[in-house]
Design a protein around this ligand. Sequence first.
Ligand code: ATR
Length: 293
Amino acid sequence: MIHPTYVVIGNPIAHSKSPQIHAAFAAQFADHPYVAGFIYQQLLAPLDGFSATVQGFADAGGRGANVTVPFKEEAFRWVGEQLTERAAAAGAVNTLVRQANGTWQGDNTDGAGLVTDLLRHINLRGQRILLLGAGGAARGALLPLLQQQPQSLSVANRTQSKAQQLLDEVAAPWRHAQGVSLPVLALGFDDLLDEVTATNLSQYDVVINATSASLSGERLPISDAIFAPNALAYDMMYGKNQTPFLAQAREAGVQQRVDGLGMLVGQAAEAFELWTGLRPEVAPVLQWMREQI
Ligand code: ATR
């Protein structure tokens, strides 16, 4: 058996589209000597066996790995000190990169994948951004969104205190270090629902769903009035059918609606570049993936 040099580790993993995506990227550089031997496979880790699995892969000469659900926080701990700034802010690692000295660096490309996908549709500088959710997905997006210098960034969550905690832990140190006064605000969903008049609601140019509510087909308790004219609604989820959040946005009259398939391909492109130094073209792979789902 040929040992894979790259893997995606998760549990479950059989559904993962990452091998297809990375094979398509590698095909863009078929003549490149480094990429000629590029092997990327799925690697199932037992739920209580992430460390042993990743260590076994490393010992067999593995050069890079993507890490997916439910191991991103465990991968963060496995790496120890060698974390990029964005992985440290995310508190999670989705990409492991073997260094020249044999050690591993932990990075997180999810937020960058989101931002590059958003930028294909809208300029984020000077925009009022609303991030819905305060779990792992939202945490990974926060720093890359702030770095785009929006006019303001609000985080709304069912449990408001978690939104506040996220801003305290990630946004506050960043703003302090950068010396920027970009307004950030933690909200509860109550603040997005003014059923009587809608007059007290703020409007947002970009509304990003980072909650897992779509998984259970649930709608979010938000008013149609939060969407500014020409707003863009982005759902980190994707599927064959329109996601519940994007259906909600459509009913609210939002014209620009984007699902998270581009984020998936985008985070993979970032990882591929970290490993190979080569920047793959996202658009044709995204189009091809769209046809597959
Ligand atoms: P992920 O890694 O996908 O972000 P997570 O860390 O478990 O998963 O976070 C899930 C997020 O979705 C949280 O913000 C959660 O809100 P709470 O912090 O209040 O639990 C949000 N969420 C999940 N189900 C939801 C629902 N039905 N309505 C609104 N928010 C929901």
